[in-house]
Design a protein around this ligand. Structure first.
Ligand code: SF4
Length: 372
């Protein structure tokens, strides 16, 4: 998959949005149709080398190859879990980031994932609906410092370029011969701490001449960077938004989600209340459950009170916390998680329990740490 000559000073063609790519071809004296031909080899029928852009004259391919390279990542390992989630670990190739690893997770999505109530599971007959989701990284490591997260424990190693983000999707297209149904920005990193690259990546994913994804199939998850999320939403109003809440009181949230000291629970609630949503759209509240920390009756009551004024604008994903070695938290008792879901539903809050996919290959939520 990697191009042989990945000169460290070159940029990746995947870093450019389609309009930037057209600008690049214009800058070397080429007509716009040449950019379109290159776009085909980037996104329609991906190849692993500029040499294989066979509709472009050899001279032009050589010229481009002196300035740019193609693949910005090298696959180092793929680990499949018993539940068929596959973690791909990639090495970054650019000069200053050489050797740093990032991860993406490709996973089948069962219909029962979306509503894990017993009735729904029975109705679906346990069958998979053959839909696939990819969870991608926007940074190598993360500076947000959430105390329950393996990525947060690493600190920030590097910001990813747009190409390093987009290529995680393109590479899975090559392997699985299909596009994912949903792209989640929930892998390593806080996407809103790498705003420009994430926006460029979403632009590439949604551009008709590139991956032609519907904005609705992209989920941007933030730990609470509300100002940037607002800016992102204005650029991509149909992309779905998720906010990792994880605690229903400022005291608790301050201690486990440091960003709460800048944007507290009231700020998050105000944003959700005021943001302009399309009819029927809801913001997802992610709530990672840790035993004895935020799954108690008291915390459930606090959460219900907090969500009450915004019930019609949200849905909640309860995520049983996944074990991370070296962290003091414990996974919750599932009976408690189901009981919590029932209480939330009784209060009129649309509430789902997210399945823990990829647990046995450390590919589940909060477990990504660039280790293979
Ligand atoms: Fe960063 Fe998200 Fe982990 Fe928090 S939960 S440290 S924002 S990757």
């Amino acid at each position: 998959m990697t191009e042989k000559s990945t000169s460290t000073r070159k940029f990746s063609l995947y870093d450019l949005t389609p309009s930037e790519l057209k600008g690049f071809f214009a800058s070397i004296g080429e007509k716009p149709y040449r950019a379109k031909q290159a776009l085909d080899f980037l996104y329609r029928n991906p190849v692993d080398s500029i040499e294989k852009f066979t509709t472009l004259p050899a001279e032009l391919r050589n010229e481009i190859g002196k300035i740019a390279h193609l693949t910005p990542l090298r696959l180092r390992a793929s680990l499949e879990s018993s539940d068929k989630a596959v973690k791909h670990a990639y090495e970054l190739l650019s000069e200053k980031k050489s050797g740093i690893l990032i991860e993406s997770v490709w996973m089948p999505t069962e219909s029962a994932d979306r509503d894990s109530s017993l009735d729904r599971i029975k109705q679906s007959g346990g069958e998979q609906s053959k839909r696939y989701t990819i969870c991608i990284s926007s940074q190598a490591g993360c500076a947000a410092g959430c105390t329950f997260c393996a990525t947060g424990k690493m600190g920030l190693k590097a910001q990813l370029t747009a190409g390093e983000i987009v290529y995680q999707v393109v590479h899975c297209m090559e392997i699985y011969k299909r596009l994912p149904d949903t792209v989640l920005f929930m892998g390593m990193g806080e996407p809103m701490h790498n705003f420009e690259s994430v926006c460029a990546a979403v632009e590439i994913m949604t551009d008709e001449e590139a991956l032609a994804f519907s904005e609705r199939r992209i989920v941007l998850s933030t730990v609470g960077e509300i100002d940037k999320l607002d800016k992102f939403h204005r650029k991509f109003p149909r992309a779905r938004m998720a906010i990792s809440l994880t605690a229903p009181t400022d005291n608790l949230r301050d201690s486990i989600v440091p960003v709460n000291k800048r944007f507290n629970l009231q700020d998050v609630q105000n944003f959700i209340r005021k943001v302009d949503l399309h009819r029927g759209d809801r913001i997802t509240i992610e709530y990672a459950l840790m035993e004895g920390v935020n799954d108690t009756d008291e915390m459930t009551g606090r959460l219900l009170g907090y969500l009450k004024p915004i019930t019609s604008r949200i849905k909640v994903n309860l995520i049983p916390w996944n074990t991370v070695s070296g962290l003091k938290f414990r996974s919750p008792d599932m009976a408690r998680v189901f009981a919590m879901q029932e209480k939330m539903k009784a209060a009129g809050i649309l509430t789902f329990i997210r399945k823990n996919r990829g647990r046995d290959s450390s590919a589940a939520c909060g477990q990504l740490a660039g280790r293979i």
